[in-house]
Design a protein around this ligand. Structure first.
Ligand code: HSE
Length: 404
């Protein structure tokens, strides 16, 4: 019997206990012995909960308990999760976490401690909810050099953008629905401003190249400026607006960013809607790979955590190597990255056509039947040049990167 303690009995933590209970027999068969939840750490009590007797309020009860071999961390946030996870690893307990903030910030250090202790620090659920993506990058496409990772990495924002497009729903109403469904972060700013996707692409890029990518270095733009009118234009183009976290290897440079992007039906991520996430990975040998599934929510995320618990239970006292050094990976300056831009200007065609042509040369004009606006898509232009030209134009209402 392997004893597990769960830190945090919120959406994901309660899901982990539910998965371990519901699938107890099949999990025991896969591990070769039963897994039992011994403690649930939370500040709150849960009267009436079937597991209420396991609830403890003092982390020392867990870290000092030699029977506990695996700790699940589903508290979220860096404090006090970092201290608890580090102490658990130092006490010789493997840790499985869903906490992307923790992994993005301290992943390299926690992986090194697990290695030194001959145990494991696993974090499959930190990216893409229930989608297996960490293990495939760490253990499967290792024969390749990864050339691109582009993903819809945040379920909340994909849910919001999808409902705005399909139902004409208002931003605030859909955000509330996403919160009620348990998709959103405690502070939904982390979702809608792109910070959550930023941590996730930082984790994937660190794993892909084996070095520390600091999330603070990644250009990040959220969805708060995307309007119903932008969505009308996208529809007129047969396109949809998604928020991508992406990293691309161009020569020996790695570019990474998080930003809304217009994609058309030819893009492999076009059909990824609602809370689903999709992650496109391109390797220099395997070519294109796609990973798809529920990117948030109680049971899908818990499923990924429990997959890690099973892996940790099958590898007690065996470190499964994860290559992610603390050496920093320098990202290339985003200003040099180039792509097409969709642009809306205030004023009609007569007021804008000549100056747009002078700034961008030939453009594809977009007509969505919106009065007093002139909208177009540029040819490929660098971020730096685009920003300069947009400022010179002086009447940009909105601009969205285009990937078609
Ligand atoms: N808030 C996150 C999301 C949860 O919406 O994707 C899963 O990481």
């Amino acid at each position: 019997m392997i004893k597990v303690s769960v830190l945090g009995y919120g959406t994901v933590g309660s899901g982990v206990v539910e998965v371990l209970t519901t699938n107890k027999d099949s999990i025991a068969k896969k591990v070769g012995q039963e897994i039992e939840v011994k403690h649930i750490l939370d500040l709150r009590d849960f009267p009436g909960d079937p597991h209420e007797a396991k609830v403890v309020h003092d982390f020392n009860q867990i870290v000092n308990d030699d029977e506990v071999q695996i700790v699940v961390e589903t508290m979220g946030g860096v404090k006090p999760a970092y201290d608890f996870v580090k102490a658990s690893l130092e006490a010789g307990k493997s840790v499985c976490t869903s906490n992307k903030e923790l992994v993005a910030k301290h992943g390299a250090e926690l992986i090194a401690i697990a290695k030194a202790k001959n145990i494991n620090f696993f974090f499959e659920a930190s990216v893409g909810g229930g989608i297996p993506i960490i293990r495939p990058i760490n253990e499967c496409v290792t024969g390749d050099v990864i050339e691109e990772i582009s993903g819809i990495l945040n379920g909340t924002t994909n849910y919001i953008l999808s409902k705005m497009a399909s139902e004409g729903a208002q931003y605030a109403d859909v955000l509330k629905q996403a919160q009620d469904l348990g998709y959103a972060e405690r502070n939904p700013e982390a979702d809608v401003e792109g910070y959550d996707a930023c941590r996730k692409i930082a984790i994937l890029t660190s794993l892909a190249y084996g070095k520390q990518v600091d999330f603070e270095d990644i250009y990040t733009e959220g969805i708060t400026k995307i309007s119903a009118t932008d969505i009308k234009y996208a529809k007129a183009l047969g396109a949809s607006i998604k928020i991508f976290g992406s990293s691309k290897k161009v020569g020996d440079k790695i570019y990474a960013k998080v930003a809304p992007v217009m994609i058309d039906a030819n893009h492999p991520l076009y059909m990824v809607n609602d809370v689903f996430n999709g992650i496109f990975v391109k390797g220099n040998m395997v070519g294109d790979l796609m990973f798809y599934g529920s990117g948030a929510g109680k049971l899908p995320t818990a499923s990924a955590v429990v997959g890690d618990v099973v892996a940790a239970a099958k590898n007690l006292n065996v470190n499964v190597p994860i290559i992610w050094d603390s050496e920093k990976l320098e990202l290339a300056d985003i200003k040099e990255a180039s792509q097409r831009f969709f642009v809306r200007l205030s004023g009609d065609k007569a007021a804008n056509e000549a100056k747009v042509s002078a700034a961008f040369g030939n453009v594809d004009v977009v007509d969505a039947g919106i009065d007093c606006e002139y909208a177009f898509i540029t040819s490929a232009v660098t971020e730096g040049d685009f920003a300069k030209k947009a400022e010179e134009l002086g009447n940009v209402v909105s601009r969205i990167r285009v990937d078609f």
